[in-house]
Design a protein around this ligand. Structure first.
Ligand SMILES: Cc1cc2nc3c(=O)[nH]c(=O)nc-3n(C[C@H](O)[C@H](O)[C@H](O)COP(=O)(O)OP(=O)(O)OC[C@H]3O[C@@H](n4cnc5c(N)ncnc54)[C@H](O)[C@@H]3O)c2cc1C
Length: 471
């Protein structure tokens, strides 16, 4: 079965899939997009929460930044949700952290609101319980093949634009190629190597407790990675595992790059005696120190304690070890560990893409374990780095790097994987490109300017700028 061509098909209805629509809502442009026809194709039964609630940890974004996705002009389409008790709960949490499971409930609420708006729009179509199988270039857009998860029945969705928001995963294949301290991790350490997602999922958390309990002594754990995931795993192990006691240095984070601390401004960093930054580490838009690379909330506290920063009480159970200096010492830590946890980030799931002639298109993301899926305009790139027309991607591990007017410290190397950014500037880039397809550089109103005009109008609060998460 086929339907008339619509403006936009979003593949994957998780937090990132909703983000461009929320960015449009914030700028008062949601009705324009909906009038062109929007379809969301989502494998699960509902849009909104995606997989963010699968993790047994607290957020690295504040309660406030989650609630901020409902910002927009007074009386906008989602305005009623601002009075919902969940929204109020998140606003009250303010600068604090929230359990990701609770964040998922809030995002599901936002998803239901968006679902109703799309379903009520003239050409809107929500396909839940439906897996997008592939998408193929047509003369003026993309034809996406969709399969009902239960019945196997197939249909196509014909759209001018496609946004891939299919999330990310930790491929075992990539782990098998990982070399740390001169040795192949999997070949050398075999069954004692797991990935961070295997520990942070609810089932994985329970399995890890059972595994460590059997040792009958304080466990020794090596975590490889320098990002938020690595610190989150350490925090879960040290502070949230009932019945598991760690001795001094029981958990080691083996990291390649420096572990940076986020500060809201230079004065706050200096007041803590934190001097590890220069002009390139300060976001020119927000004035924040290590806005993108710095640890936040629970992870920040833990790393600050382990590093003895800001007068925090020391955390002797956590040992920090820099890789690339003494391979023998690094290997000794791995050799003696009961469990080696690879917290090496995620890879985009994307989708099989075909050109107009029906030939498969190899994507840039397929060319190496670290290659990006998107360019600086969120456009999906083919293997040579050329953007594919009208095909965008957003979300975990898509590879978007903030730049220019989007801010972020110039020294930052990596991906920005935070919802707030997607629901603001990054989603805004896609909206601009879709509504003004000939000009990917069309200027947009910076969110800081919108804040006083929109969010503060309903929160009455003075807002903080972006909170980002780097997985
Ligand atoms: C451990 C961890 C903690 C995090 N904490 C935070 C945090 O505190 N704050 C923050 O801002 N970010 C955080 N993130 C980053 C990010 O916000 C979440 O990972 C978020 O879930 C990513 O959203 P997504 O839409 O890209 O992917 P997902 O949430 O995985 O959603 C993808 C959706 O696409 C659907 N889908 C996939 N393939 C198909 C297909 N072929 N057809 C149809 N549907 C499909 C899936 O069913 C799913 O609903 C965290 C990430 C991790 C891994």
């Amino acid at each position: 079965m086929s339907i008339d061509r619509i403006g936009l098909a979003i593949i994957g209805g998780g937090p990132a899939g909703l983000a461009p629509l929320l960015a449009a809502h914030r700028h008062g442009r949601l009705a324009t997009i909906l009038n062109e026809g929007v379809s969301i194709i989502e494998r699960s039964d509902a849009i909104g929460e995606g997989s963010i609630g699968h993790w047994c940890i607290n957020s690295d974004s504040t309660g406030f930044t989650f609630a901020d996705c409902l910002a927009g002009p007074p009386g906008s389409e989602l305005a009623a949700l601002r009075d919902h008790h969940l929204t109020k709960e998140f606003l009250e949490i303010g600068e604090g952290t929230v359990p990701l499971r609770r964040a998922a409930q809030f995002l599901a609420l936002v998803g239901r609101g968006m679902n109703d708006l799309i379903a009520a729009s003239p050409k809107g179509l929500i396909l839940t319980g439906s897996k997008a199988v592939s998408t193929r270039r047509t003369a003026g857009g993309w034809l996406t093949l969709v399969r009902d998860v239960e019945t196997g029945q197939e249909r196509t969705v014909d759209s001018r634009n496609v946004v891939l928001a299919t999330g990310a995963w930790q491929p075992k294949e990539r782990l098998r190629g990982e070399i740390v301290a001169g040795v192949n991790l999997v070949e050398h350490y075999g069954a004692k190597v797991v990935q961070s997602g295997d520990v942070l999922s609810f089932a994985g958390f329970r399995a890890t407790i059972a595994r460590l309990s059997k040792l009958g002594r304080p466990p020794r754990i090596a975590i490889i990675g320098g990002s938020t995931s690595a610190a989150s795993v350490a925090n879960v192990l040290l502070n949230h595992m009932p019945g598991i006691a760690f001795g001094p240095g029981g958990v080691t984070i083996l990291h390649r790059r420096e572990l940076r601390i986020f500060y809201p401004n230079v004065a706050a960093a200096l007041a803590d005696g934190y001097l590890e930054f220069g002009p390139d580490d300060i976001c020119p838009v927000s004035g924040r120190v290590f806005r993108l690379a710095g640890f936040r909330l629970d992870s920040r506290e833990l790393i600050m304690r382990a590093r003895g920063i800001g007068g925090r009480p020391p955390e002797s159970r956590l040992h920090l070890h820099r890789l690339g200096i003494d391979d023998a010492a690094s290997r000794a830590l791995l050799d003696s560990a009961d469990l080696v946890i690879a917290a090496l980030g995620y890879r985009p799931r994307a989708l099989p893409i075909f050109d107009e002639a029906g030939n498969p298109v190899r994507l840039m993301a397929d060319t190496s374990p670290k290659a990006r899926l998107v360019d600086d305009h969120c456009r999906v790139m083919d293997e040579s780095g050329r953007p594919l027309p009208d095909l965008f991607a957003i979300g975990l591990a898509a590879g978007f790097v903030p730049h220019g007017k989007l801010g972020g410290e110039p020294s930052f190397r990596g991906q920005a994987n935070g919802l707030w950014l997607w629901q603001n500037d990054v989603g805004g880039l896609i909206v601009d490109a879709i509504l003004s397809p000939d000009d990917p550089d069309v200027p947009f109103v910076p969110p800081t300017a919108l804040k006083s005009a929109s969010v503060a109008a309903w929160t009455g609060a003075e807002l903080n700028a972006a909170q980002e998460f780097e997985a």
